[in-house]
Design a binder for this molecule. Structure first.
Ligand code: SAM
Length: 215
């Protein structure tokens, strides 16, 4: 049994903090986060925090998932690339907001965990989980209307910008290993503009266009 309800999460952590996109709020109301948190974290499934999912990784804090999804302003027709599948929760949220989601995870065990979570929750129909280095995007399915990166990068990987449609939107945490800015890049009429929407703290994007693996 979870210590907080999904309604409390949506009202207190999301709506009251400025998440206004009703499609995002509805998606997060309907998706059972406890199915992605793992049995040991079930009681904290709707808490205002990231949760450990093994392999040194986490499910992103609900507010950050909502903010990132809101920044993409999805209408339901888009093909989206989700980099950093983790538990599959963020992919599930994007799957309710877009037509199709390709989600890429570098750790094979987590890609498998996420696929199982999505299947069990009955949310896998429009989501494909692949294993690989998402700092290089996923060329076989490109271009994408939107790209969401849930791991911190030292810079915006050029491959991700190249795989974005025009018009298209990319949301990504950029900065040091410890602290980042959540950047939203918009490609429109051949130009790319950037705005910072929040400070944030994500686990590193480990890959050719991200950070080197430590130790
Ligand atoms: N979105 C996830 C969720 O809802 O559970 C949480 C993402 S977690 C904060 C970041 C994930 O990015 C980790 O699972 C990590 O293994 C993955 N990751 C890190 N570098 C990656 C890369 N180059 N390509 C794909 N996934 C990567």
């Amino acid at each position: 049994m979870s210590r907080f309800s999904v309604v409390e999460m949506v009202e207190k952590q999301l709506r009251r903090r400025g998440i206004y996109d009703q499609r995002v709020l509805n998606a997060m109301l309907l998706i059972p986060r406890e199915d992605f948190a793992g049995p040991e974290n079930r009681k904290d499934a709707y808490a205002d925090a990231p949760l450990p999912i093994g392999h040194g990784q986490t499910i992103t804090q609900p507010y950050m998932t909502a903010l990132m999804a809101q920044c993409l302003a999805l209408q339901g027709t888009e093909k989206v690339l989700d980099v950093g599948t983790g538990s599959g929760y963020h992919a599930a949220v994007l799957g309710r907001l877009a037509r199709r989601v390709i989600s890429i995870e570098r750790i094979p065990e987590l890609a498998e965990l996420a696929s199982g979570n999505l299947e069990r929750a009955g949310l896998a129909a429009n989501i494909t989980v692949v294993c690989g280095d998402g700092s290089l995007g996923y060329p076989p399915e490109s271009p994408y209307d939107a790209i969401s990166v849930a791991a911190a990068s030292p810079c915006v990987p050029p491959e991700l910008v190249a795989q974005l449609k025009d018009p298209g939107t990319l949301v990504i945490p950029v900065g040091s290993r410890q602290d980042q800015d959540l950047e939203v890049l918009r490609k429109e009429r051949g130009k790319v503009t950037m705005r910072v929407v929040s400070a944030c703290r994500f686990v590193p994007l480990v890959g050719r266009e991200g950070w080197l693996e430590r130790g």
